[in-house]
Design a protein around this ligand. Structure first.
Ligand SMILES: O=C(O)[C@@H](CO)OP(=O)(O)O
Ligand SMILES: [Mg+2]
Length: 431
């Protein structure tokens, strides 16, 4: 009798609760308990510069708690709507479970139950499943051969919606493509980060950090930010472009108004803004540009892709929102060549993996990403290795919730030993 119980991987209980994210805002976590004793715990992050077409994040709206940002409704939806239909279902049937939840919601964008509620359960189910079989999460998702460690795109200067009163571009990232291992890539990143702090100090610039742990100096232009990065890379003893390249998340939807891009002291037409991006790409060793244009500016995305898509990575974040329908449209229109992957933009593990597959089949790269409001959950590190995406965006080199992802990758690399391959060494980072 006892024997049967220990082999039983079906769901015995689900517990949900309100916790805090890295910005001190409420978010949801779920625990899934299986009959065999395995427990999966998952926490859901939250964005600041959200795409309009993201799945719905359920918030309470009750102004007497957390200015209306509480997630007790989402918690209640887990308890009252999802749990009754999931008890007794085998946790190893991830796709079945995700489908049950998607159908229970029935809205198309998860607005009835909440993408945050559904994702918390979806991820917790996977973690419980992995524990039940006794394999790490990256092997549970990716099989025994998952061994590709991603190139990190490290956001060391924060602007846009992640830092008040400085640059309009949201993320200035360093990309240690030339390293030979993830461990080495991380060390290079840290060394550049320390040097950047020193350079900022010398110039009397602020070294406080933004939501993703990057510095938030008050700078007059994007070029100054990029120059600072080049100086920091060189001072750390590396060659810009060869050892460490640069990447941008422009997050252009945030400063688009009436068909114009209003950035810094300039108002650009889409054509002029594309020229500006190309100028930056020619002037600096930039290998990846995310959301260079507004999320609905499909025509200009087409021009941008036609002009520089063959030489650099053009990532759709707000544009594709991890949604296979929007990605299909992009593939068909020849818009972009890579997709940012955020689990909570779509709200379930199964749909996320389907979108990554769709990207891969169509020659698009996938860049697995954190959110600006994060938790100590490290599942994205495992997801990056499991899906062989070759790239991860997990923030800067300070703030515990960002470092947790990097430390998880260090552990995975260590565990894989000689089998670990760093994506930068096999041309699998940003192109
Ligand atoms: O735009 C982005 O790529 C993300 C993560 O860096 O930010 P947010 O979570 O605020 O949407
Ligand atoms: Mg983005």
């Amino acid at each position: 009798m006892q024997m049967i119980k220990t082999l039983d991987t079906s769901i015995e209980t689900i517990i949900a609760r309100e916790i805090l994210d890295s910005r001190g805002k409420p978010t949801i976590e779920a625990e899934v308990h299986l009959f065999n004793g395995s427990i999966g715990l998952a926490q859901v992050p939250s964005g600041a510069s959200k795409g309009t077409f993201e799945a719905y994040e359920m918030r309470d709206g009750d102004q007497s708690r957390y200015h209306g940002k509480g997630v007790l409704k989402a918690v209640k939806n887990v308890e009252k709507i999802l749990t009754p239909k999931l008890l007794g279902v085998d946790a190893l049937n991830q796709a079945t479970i995700d489908n049950i939840m998607i159908n229970l919601d029935g809205s198309g964008n998860k607005s009835n139950v909440g993408a945050n509620a559904i994702l918390a359960v979806s991820l917790a189910v996977a973690k419980a499943g992995a524990k039940a079989i006794g394999v790490p999460l990256y092997r549970y998702f990716g099989g025994s051969f998952a061994n590709l460690l991603p190139v990190p795109l490290m956001n060391v200067i924060n602007g846009g919606a992640h830092a008040a009163n400085n640059l309009d571009f949201q993320e200035f990232m360093i990309v240690p493509l030339g390293a030979t291992s993830f461990r080495e890539a991380l060390r290079w990143g840290v060394e550049v980060f320390f040097n950047l702090a020193q350079v900022l100090n010398e110039k009397g610039l602020l070294t406080g950090v933004g939501d993703e742990g990057g510095f938030t100096p008050n700078l007059e232009s994007n070029e100054i930010a990029l120059d600072l990065l080049i100086t920091a890379i060189e001072r750390a003893g590396y060659k810009p472009g060869k050892h460490i390249a640069l990447a941008l998340d422009v997050a252009a939807s945030e400063f688009y108004k009436d068909g114009q891009y209003i950035c810094g002291y300039h108002t650009y037409s889409p054509e002029k803004f594309i020229d500006y991006l190309i100028k930056l790409a020619n002037q600096y060793p930039i290998i990846s540009i995310e959301d260079g244009l507004h999320e609905e500016d499909w025509i200009n995305w087409q021009y941008l892709t036609a002009k520089i898509g063959s030489t650099m990575q053009l990532v759709g974040d707000d544009l594709f929102v991890t949604n296979s329908q929007r990605l299909k449209k992009g593939i068909q229109k020849k818009v972009g060549n890579a997709i940012l992957i955020k689990l909570n933009q779509i709200g379930s593990l199964t749909e996320t993996l389907e979108t990554i597959d769709l990207a891969t089949y169509n020659g698009f790269r996938s860049l697995i990403s954190h959110r600006s409001g994060e938790t100590e959950d490290t599942a994205i590190a495992d997801l990056a290795v499991a899906t062989r995406s070759g790239q991860i965006k997990a923030g800067s080199l300070c703030r515990g919730e960002r470092i947790a992802k990097y430390n998880r990758l260090l552990r995975i690399e260590h565990e894989l030993g000689e089998r670990a391959i760093y994506a930068g060494t096999v041309g699998m980072g940003p192109k």
